[in-house]
Structures are given as structure tokens and as C-alpha cells.
Design a protein around this ligand. Structure first.
Ligand SMILES: Nc1ncnc2c1ncn2[C@@H]1O[C@H](COP(=O)(O)OP(=O)(O)OP(=O)(O)O)[C@@H](O)[C@H]1O
Length: 583
């Protein structure tokens, strides 16, 4: 609700003007009877309230103008305590009405017989004039309230803009700043000053076109000047239109590092692999993990070679997550899974209009997305010959060129490549560049196939049994000796991946307490070296008993006391022990 007190000074000026034009005292109060202005010097009762019996109360209640010809007519004056000292002869009271609601009233007081005559003679003129002044006050009040609303809106908008992660700035037709949010000032840094133009921070022909010709820009890669440096950013613009005229442009700028982070957060399933996930206690595996930990922080290129399913990707992820790279992106690209003609744009990205069907705004490549982190190039042996020099260039120059692009983009990524191919053989066959191989093979790792670390198989069998018990809601206790021996001696061509799949199959097939030989998939059973089931020697019970009793006596001694302790340890009575010894 509009309040007269909001424009207190204007109300006072109005009272003064009315008083001097009409040559009478003027009092203006609001609908709570608070006196906002009083022209009489004697009755300067600002901030005080009117008597509820006053004539202006009546005006407010009725919403009509009132003319009091003599104060004797009005009961409020008759019982007024100031009656003796009051010199008011007659009064004109006019309500101040806004949209049907009385928000205050104006009283004009005649304090001499001449003024009274004047007031009464020209009452119509007086009321008209006072009403006109009321209209002016209402107009002022509406303006004031609109200004307040605009200010509130502006403040809200600025608060919203300042919480935005993107840097936003609005400029006029000359590129001069009208507004820039907190992030924009932060990005530009100490160079920023309000009375500058956008051209001082982004020197780019398209930016000029966007302002002058009101062209939209969508995700254009540009350099933004920031505290004496240049930051690589993504820019979008939108013209500001008002009454069919372009009056400026809004710039939205994102630092490329933020863009990569956002895209990665949204699109990459981060598997928090650690070295503990790489199972294996064999000497070869322990030393491989130790060496890998050693180089986890290094920016040098790593090449992991090994048969399929030996854990190359697992190792790459563990290296990334172990060291300083762990909070940066890990981007995996399977070079064999992407068709040759798409691989280049996938790796390096493309500019808008690079080819027919290219997306508006272009596309970021995997190398850019991996900026400051690790790119895992799986199946690097499948890299087509024509792309090999481009990979070599990233490794050597640390920059990429987008498809259809004109300039180069600096890239800071650690490359981990993996292959199950013999790259040296490929070089001999002319299918692989020797220089690329040596550039990749800076820190080499060779994954050990399962058949060369058979001692790790029981551990893996145990681990995957637990895993699939959990997944499939079963509680199988273990493997029969026959099943375990068969699985341990099998030549795992598909390595851990194959073993894992076999255990999953067996857990699915079993309805017993233990996984048995018959649960093993047929193809594994058929490919056993001997072509028949593994023989498991079962010792005679009496022989086992004999061995255990001899062991216990060996530990506790062949005395009466020793035999008592041995019987206890074996969980049998002393009498049984003596009987067995006798037998
Ligand atoms: N040492 C290991 N401990 C536990 N799981 C492993 C181990 N090695 C491999 N695995 C598992 O085997 C599967 C295959 O592993 P991964 O993809 O890392 O192998 P790879 O050598 O990269 O295979 P490819 O050459 O086919 O890409 C995954 O499910 C992985 O978790």
C-alpha cells in the first residue's frame, strides 16, 4: 500500500505552496492520522497524530470533502480542550484518494473572519485547487513506488548475476560497459575498470561484428585479457533489443578450464579405481604396482602393453587416482571403438562449419576435455596411420589444432596409452610410426598374463565369488578342490576378464553350497590341457589322522603331560588318543 510518508518532503513542499497561494494554514495527514506536513509555524506538530475527533478524521472516514463553516457546528470542536486558545474560524477538508482508497487528507484552516469569508466564498475553487495538488502528490507517490520497484528488481537481478558461475557483461552500442557481474570482474582481474570497453579485453573481429551488426555468437573460443595474461575462454553473445532497436549486447564468458570441468562432471562416469582394486600378490604384480605408484605424479607419457583383460585400463585409472592428478579429469578414449573418419574430431574437436553436419558452435575434443588431467588412449595400436603424426604433435608440442580451425590450442595433458598389440611388430610391417612408438614408450609397463602368475588365481577366484554372491544374492561358500584346481590350471587367454566372466557364470549356475566342476562352462572344461577333468588325490582318513596325531605329539612332546595337551589340541579325549596311538 502506498504511504504518504514515503514522499514526506514532497508533501511538505505541497503544504507550503498551498498555504502561500491560499494564504491559509494547511495540514496534511495520512490515513493513520500521522501529521506529515503542517504549514503553521505555531502548530509545528510534525510526527504527532491528529485528534481522532478532528474534522480530518471525518474526511477520511467519509472519503468526501467537508466544509466546516463554523467550528460551533462540529462536535469535535465543541469538546476540544484547546477550544479557548484555538482561533480557527472555518475549515475545508479534502481526502487524498488513490485507486478508491483514502490514503490521507488535507485540511485548509481559516483563522480570521476575512480568511473565513474568502474560504467560504471561493470554496469550489479552493476544493478544485486542493484536488489538483492531491493529484500531483499521488503522481509523485506512484513514481516513487515505481522507482522503488525498479530498484528492488535491479538489486535482485544484480544479486542473481553475481551468483552466476559464468562471467556476464552488458555493453552499449559502442562496446562500453553498462553492467558486469562479479565473475566477469574476477576473470578480468586487476585490469578491469568501469569506463572501459569490451574491446580492451577481447580483441576479436567477431566480437566487433556482434556489437555493430548485432550478430549472435555461440560458444566461440576466444582469448580474454586477464591481469596481463590471456585466458582461453568460450564466448557467447546476445543483442539487447528495446522497442525494435538494438541498444547493446550481453556477453557470456566461461573460462575453458571451467567448461572442461563442467562437461566432465556431467558426462564422465568416474570409477574411483585404486591400486587396492588391482588384485595380485605375486612378486611380479607387487613390483608392477610399486613402480606404477612411483610415477603416478609424473607428466611423462606412459605406455601399458599387455594381453587383453590383464587390467591395463585398471592400472591407468589407478595411476591417475593415486597422485596429484586425482582431482583432474580422466578421459578414456577407445581408439579401436571409434570409426576412423570420426576419430580425429573426437580427439581434437571441430570448429563450427568444419564440415556439413558439423554442430553449431563446434565441438570440444577429448584432448581439450582432459586439459590438466590424464587422457587414456586405449588400443593405441589401432590408431590410423594418418592420425599418428597428430598424436605425435600433441606429445611433442603440447598443442592441438581443431578440425576446420585456423589456430592452435595449447593443451596440458598427461597421456597414458595402452595396447594389446605388439607395436614393434607393427613398426616392422610399416603399420606404425617408429617415432610415435618411442614418444609413447617413455614409461613402459608390461601387464603380466594370468598364466605367468598362477599363484594369484585363488585370490581372484575368491574375490569374484564374493562379488557375484553379493550381486546375485547368493551365499556360495567356495569351490570344491576339483573345481579350484581346474580353474587354476586353465590357460586363461582372456586373462582376468575371462576368469571374472567364468565365475559369474558359475555362480549363476550353482544351487549348491560349493561351486563344483560341473558348474565350469563347457568351453573351459573342453580346453583344459589334458582334455579331461583334473584328478584330485583324496588321502585316506586314517593317514590324515595319523599325520595329525604325529604332528601334535611332535609339538607337545611324547610325555604324559604332552599327550594330554595334544588330545586337547586335537579336540578328542585322552582315551581316544591312546587308542589311536595303539592302533
Ligand atoms: N588385477 C586385477 N584385479 C582385479 N580385477 C582385474 C584385474 N585385472 C583386470 N581386472 C578386471 O578385468 C576386467 C578387464 O580389465 P581391463 O579393462 O583393465 O583390462 P584391459 O587389459 O584394459 O583389457 P583390453 O585390452 O581388452 O582393453 C575388468 O573388469 C577389470 O576390473
Amino acid at each position: 500500500m502506498l504511504k504518504l510518508s514515503t514522499i514526506g518532503n514532497y508533501v511538505k513542499q505541497t503544504a507550503t505552496i498551498l498555504s502561500s497561494v491560499l494564504d491559509m494554514d494547511v495540514l496534511i495527514c495520512d490515513n493513520e492520522l500521522l501529521i506529515i506536513a503542517d504549514s503553521s509555524e505555531i502548530n509545528n506538530c510534525e510526527n504527532s497524530c491528529l485528534n481522532p475527533d478532528s474534522i480530518l478524521t471525518k474526511v477520511m472516514e467519509s472519503g468526501q470533502s467537508v466544509i466546516l463553516e463554523s467550528r460551533d457546528e462540529y462536535y469535535g470542536c465543541q469538546k476540544c480542550s484547546s477550544r479557548e486558545i484555538c482561533d480557527v474560524e472555518s475549515i475545508v477538508g479534502v481526502p487524498i484518494v488513490f485507486e478508491g482508497t483514502t490514503i490521507g487528507s488535507i485540511g485548509v484552516y481559516a483563522d480570521t473572519p476575512d480568511r473565513k469569508r474568502n474560504l467560504l466564498d471561493k470554496q469550489d475553487y479552493f476544493i478544485k485547487f486542493i484536488n489538483r495538488m492531491c493529484d500531483l502528490m499521488i503522481g509523485k507517490l506512484v513514481d516513487e513506488s515505481r522507482n522503488r520497484e525498479i530498484n528492488i528488481l535491479r538489486k535482485r537481478l544484480m544479486a542473481i548475476m553475481d551468483t552466476m558461475a559464468d562471467a556476464v557483461a552488458a555493453v552499449d552500442k559502442d562496446g562500453r560497459f553498462i553492467y558486469s557481474n562479479y565473475r566477469f570482474k574476477e576473470l578480468v582481474g586487476s585490469d578491469y575498470h568501469e569506463d572501459s570497453t569490451i574491446y580492451e579485453y577481447i580483441a576479436n573481429k567477431e566480437v566487433e561484428k556482434s556489437i555493430v551488426k548485432s550478430n549472435d555468437i555461440k560458444n566461440k573460443e576466444v582469448y580474454l585479457k586477464s591481469s596481463g595474461e590471456e585466458i582461453f575462454c568460450l564466448l557467447s553473445t546476445k543483442p539487447i533489443e528495446f522497442e525494435d532497436e538494438i541498444i547493446g549486447t550481453v556477453f557470456t564468458v566461461k573460462s575453458m578450464v571451467d567448461v572442461y570441468r563442467e562437461v566432465n562432471d556431467l558426462s564422465i562416469v568416474d570409477l574411483p579405481t585404486s591400486f587396492d582394486d588391482i588384485l595380485g600378490n605375486s612378486e611380479s604384480m607387487v613390483s608392477l604396482k610399486e613402480n606404477a605408484k612411483q610415477i603416478a605424479d609424473s607428466s611423462s607419457t606412459v605406455l601399458i602393453q599387455g594381453e587383453s583383460g590383464t587390467g591395463k585400463e585398471l592400472l591407468a585409472r589407478a595411476i591417475h587416482n593415486f597422485g596429484e592428478y586425482r582431482n583432474k579429469p580422466f578421459i578414456a578414449v577407445n581408439c579401436a571403438a571409434i570409426p576412423d573418419n570420426l576419430l580425429e574430431s573426437e580427439l581434437f574437436g571441430y570448429e563450427e562449419g568444419a564440415f556439413s553436419g558439423a554442430r553449431k558452435g563446434g565441438k570440444l575434443g577429448k584432448f581439450q576435455l582432459a586439459h590438466e588431467g590424464t587422457i587414456f588412449l586405449d588400443e593405441i595400436g589401432e590408431m590410423p596411420l594418418h592420425l599418428q603424426p597428430k598424436i605425435l604433435r600433441v606429445l611433442q608440442e603440447k598443442e592441438i589444432e581443431k578440425l576446420g580451425g585456423t589456430g592452435t590450442i595449447p593443451i596440458n595433458v598427461r597421456v597414458i596409452a595402452a595396447t594389446n598389440k605388439n607395436l614393434e611388430e607393427l613398426i616392422k610391417e610399416g603399420k606404425y610410426r617408429e617415432d610415435l612408438f618411442y614418444r609413447l614408450n617413455v614409461i613402459p609397463f608390461k601387464m603380466i598374463p594370468l598364466r605367468e602368475r598362477k599363484e594369484d588365481i585363488p585370490l581372484l577366484l575368491e574375490y569374484f565369488l564374493h562379488k557375484y554372491n553379493d550381486t546375485l544374492g547368493k551365499s556360495i561358500k567356495g569351490y570344491t578342490m576339483e573345481a579350484e584346481k581346474t580353474l587354476t590350471n586353465y590357460k586363461w587367454k582372456g586373462n582376468v576378464r575371462e576368469l571374472q566372466n567364468v565365475v559369474e557364470y558359475m555362480v549363476n549356475m550353482s544351487s549348491e553350497e560349493y561351486l563344483i566342476y560341473e558348474n565350469i562352462p563347457l568351453n573351459v572344461r573342453e580346453h583344459m590341457e589334458s582334455g579331461k577333468r583334473e584328478e584330485v588325490e583324496i588321502p585316506k582318513l586314517d593317514d590324515v589322522l595319523k599325520e595329525l596325531i604325529q604332528k601334535a605329539i611332535g609339538v607337545y612332546g611324547d610325555t604324559v603331560e604332552g599327550k594330554t595337551l595334544a588330545a586337547k589340541a586335537l579336540g578328542i579325549s585322552r582315551a581316544t588318543l591312546y587308542r589311536k596311538l595303539k592302533e
